[in-house]
Design a protein around this ligand. Structure first.
Ligand code: GP9
Ligand code: MN
Length: 633
């Protein structure tokens, strides 16, 4: 019998086999979740694209080498996938180069490695075996393209890559710039391209670090001593000594929501009452200072009293740096520290960063029971989140510092009809319209949480801090926003003022509650909390100042160089009067300049610390520059 003439070239068979296997692994072993048909399409496409990318290189080789190439790359690719799988089984995350080379992670894995390897894993090598076997029949499966054929086969690589990248960008805009989640990256570009991306980022970060030396930290230290360090203790020092701290990062909550009404109904009745309570200190002029890293930026600012980066999320790009972060300081002061957030652990690289800055425990997605009834939008709803957290909270050793990060009130502000207790707004912006029902929902969840804390007997011994993480309504919705606020337009001044987010410190039994009108920002949270807890850190390097001290530096810098000072609001190169919102005269505008210079200087200093990993040269106990050799150990 005569064999049919056409035989599919092995590099195509290999791409399909290997691509399909990878897809099955993504879906059933890495459990990459699929939310819509587009994501499914990308998930099928990208493994085939990646496989083709490598295998199609073989068309430029002689038949024998072609077969060798296909065999060995298929084996190598499978080993990379497999290593990721073993890592994933332990850490529910993909390998990143820095983490791989970080001692304790590898050691963690070492101990339990046998438990992570399963007998049936051998099936993952079946395609390699098939490719290997077929490759021994070089004559029939190799290709012998002429030059145009080779070029065409390679052109297909680029075509497929472009389609993949375009679809991924459509599905997750700014995927590469923001790089917010490894799972998203892998889902959209595949594990191999993800490794390439990770390698590039690591090299870049390493290079910046190598060129840094310790001399700059001295200059920064003396700048801080002169400008940001508070010289005296206020009467608030130690007011919350030895109390638990329950810090709630309230997703996308902005100040304009407080006291606002929809069809005569208060949007956030609970927070409105809370800020007036005699046990609450409320800061109505508190600004978020985040940039592209959104929630993770707000976490970073609060933990370190440093600025986020102009591009990307520090949590992602510099998670291995040396820090002197709040959880580390609290741990040294006998606090147990933890984070509660019902999203996947690698989102914003939290698992890695939290480990570095020494949180004792991170309750992520897997600590919670999500059902179709209690999940929508981004996942577990806030009410269920708080309710299910209480048992963990109760089991913690006291005093503890626990950060809660809510999720329901997140763009696109989805909420099932039967869970909405307030009307939507009516404007041309769907986003703004939907913003209010989820804001109310989260407000209700906070009310329940306070009750649950009381029922659990935790309330009395704790202070509870609420903070909005960043804006929820972007400039894109200015027209609808102007309508809501009853203004003609949103000016750059209004825009800055809209970056105010709720910040309140509730101290049960305090009774001295009041409103502090002074300007404040996320940068001030770390020194403020330490002040309340009565923790003295002589050599803590902060860009913020505790909010109860009189000698504050007098301005709040935004990441884009805008700022707010006691008198002015500066944005888009224009100086406005803070009270009236009017542009100031040219002479007065001169007064903005020296502040602007300080703002730029501070942002630059903060960036230098992060890019150069400068804290490795600083001894936080002694307060002076460490010798390079010593810090490099
Ligand atoms: C994700 C949540 C939202 O875990 O914190 O992140 P965001 O998009 O607001 O930065
Ligand atoms: Mn957020």
């Amino acid at each position: 019998m005569q064999a049919s003439k056409f035989k599919m070239p092995l590099f195509i068979i290999a791409s399909l086999l290997f691509g399909f296997k990878t897809y099955m692994m993504y879906k059933y072993m890495f459990h990459l979740s699929i939310e819509n048909p587009m994501q499914e399409l990308i998930l099928i496409l990208n493994p085939i694209v990646s496989a083709y990318l490598v295998f199609a290189i073989s068309v430029w080789m002689k038949p024998k080498r072609q077969m060798k190439w296909l065999r060995w790359t298929a084996l190598l690719g499978t080993l990379i996938l497999y290593l990721n799988l073993v890592f994933y089984r332990n850490f529910t995350d993909f390998i990143t180069i820095p983490v791989l080379f970080q001692g304790n992670n590898a050691a963690d894995l070492g101990g339990s490695i046998l438990g992570l390897i399963h007998l049936q894993d051998i099936l993952l090598f079946v395609d390699v075996a098939i490719i290997w076997w077929l490759s021994t029949k070089a004559a029939s499966f190799a290709v012998n393209f002429n030059k145009p054929g080779k070029i065409a086969a390679t052109a297909v690589t680029f075509l497929l890559l472009t389609v993949n990248v375009v679809l991924a960008e459509m599905e997750r805009p700014m995927l590469f710039v923001r790089a917010f989640d490894r799972e998203y990256l892998v889902k959209n570009i595949g594990v191999f391209n993800y490794h390439l991306y990770d390698a590039t980022m690591t090299t870049k970060t390493k290079a910046q670090r190598v060129f840094a030396d310790g001399s700059e930290i001295n200059e920064i230290e003396s700048y801080m001593r002169d400008n940001t360090e508070s010289k005296e203790k206020s009467e608030m020092f130690g007011v919350a000594k030895d109390k638990n701290v329950i810090f709630v990062s309230v997703e996308s909550m902005q100040n304009f929501t407080l006291d606002s009404k929809i069809n005569g109904e208060e949007v956030t009745p609970f927070m409105n009452d809370l800020k007036e309570s005699k046990d609450t200190i409320f800061f109505p002029n508190f600004y978020h200072q985040t940039a592209q890293g959104k929630t993770s930026d707000s976490e970073f600012i609060v933990e370190n009293s440093m600025y986020p980066l102009p591009r990307g999320s520090v949590y992602f790009t510099h998670a291995q740096n040396e820090y002197n972060a709040l959880p580390e300081i609290l741990n040294e002061n006998d606090y147990y520290t933890s984070v509660f957030h019902a999203n996947n652990k690698s989102f914003w690289n939290r698992d890695v960063m939290y480990d570095n800055i020494s949180y004792d425990k991170f309750h992520g997605e897997e600590s919670y029971e999500a059902t179709p009834q209690n999940s929508f939008g981004w996942g577990l709803e806030d009410k269920a989140f708080f309710e299910q957290s209480i048992k963990y909270l109760k089991a913690q050793e006291e005093p503890f510092y626990s950060k809660f990060i809510t999720l329901t009130h997140h763009f696109p502000f989805e909420l099932p009809e039967d869970k909405a207790n307030i009307d939507k707004y009516d404007s041309g912006s769907r986003t703004l319209n939907h913003y209010f029902p989820t804001a109310r929902y989260t407000d209700e969840s906070l009310e329940q949480f306070f009750q649950q804390l009381k029922d659990a007997g935790l309330y009395e011994d704790s202070i509870i801090v609420l903070m909005g993480d960043h804006y929820g309504i972007s400039e894109y919705h200015n027209k609808a926003m102007a309508q809501f606020l009853g203004k003609e337009e949103i000016t750059p001044y209004d825009h800055v003022q809209l970056q105010r987010v709720p910040f309140m410190i509730h101290i049960p039994g305090y009774e001295g509650g009041k409103q502090y009108d002074k300007i404040a920002g996320q940068i001030d949270v770390k020194p403020t909390l330490m002040h309340l807890l009565g923790i003295e850190e002589e050599n803590d390097l902060s860009f913020g100042t505790d909010l109860f001290t009189e000698d504050r530096k007098g301005y709040i810098a935004m990441r884009d160089g805008s700022f707010v000072s006691d008198k002015y609001v500066y944005s888009d190169d224009i100086c406005y009067d803070r009270e009236t919102g009017e542009q100031v005269s040219e002479e007065q505008a001169e007064a903005c300049q020296p502040i602007k210079e300080k703002v730029d200087k501070e942002l630059g200093y903060s960036d230098s610390i992060i890019y150069g990993d400068l804290f490795r040269f600083y001894n936080f106990e002694e307060g002076q520059q460490q010798e390079k050799e010593e810090s490099e150990e």
